[in-house]
Design a protein around this ligand. Sequence first.
Ligand SMILES: [Zn+2]
Ligand SMILES: [Zn+2]
Length: 229
Amino acid sequence: MHKTYTSYEELLDAIENGDEVSCDDYVVVEGVPVQIRPTIRSHCLPGKGNWRNKSNWVPKKPWLTFHTVQWGDGSTTGNAFFEVFSDFPSTFIRGEGATVEEAEVMAWNKLVRASRCPEHEFERRGYKNGVGFCKHCGMLKSEAFEPSEKCEICGVATYHSIDTDGKVYCETHVDMIPDEKASSSLLWLRRERESPTLDKLTSDDIRKGIEGLAKMVNNVRHARKKKAK
Ligand SMILES: [Zn+2]
Ligand SMILES: [Zn+2]
């Protein structure tokens, strides 16, 4: 039997009171029942050969399907992290720690704090791209403000592209930046547009790609058959 919590508040209260929440339980968010189970980025899914999840970590906190999560054990950088791309509330959260478990707890606490915040009040904290941080709970919001810069050509508020002189251009006018004033990432994009990587693939690359796809399709079929049983 799965439980259904009637609101996110009720779910958080239940967790605080020591309720065991299972990934088969639901919570009603904005009138829609949502499963209490995270969406895991494919490169972190437990299973063989997933470079980002060699230890087969499974998230422990009651994330929702609205929360797309990924993590790293810090084996290369020395610091584990746990990241949440959240649609509810709309934000990006990152937790860090000595282990993935610690990092996940930090990320979870940040989400609870943001969800419990009575009313967000955003401030720029020096960012010019429109991102804001809540004064009370610290939540990040990507479009809290209009970008604080204006397009060099049309004057629209934007932070789309910046040339090497620090002048800002909107999406429509990014092509007005001459090559010699373009950032390295913009130059790369332009080269890619002229001669896409796809055109440079050898027949061997293509064969490997197709083999990979066939394997993936087979795995999905296999999983479906197993589920159907
Ligand atoms: Zn807040
Ligand atoms: Zn413009």
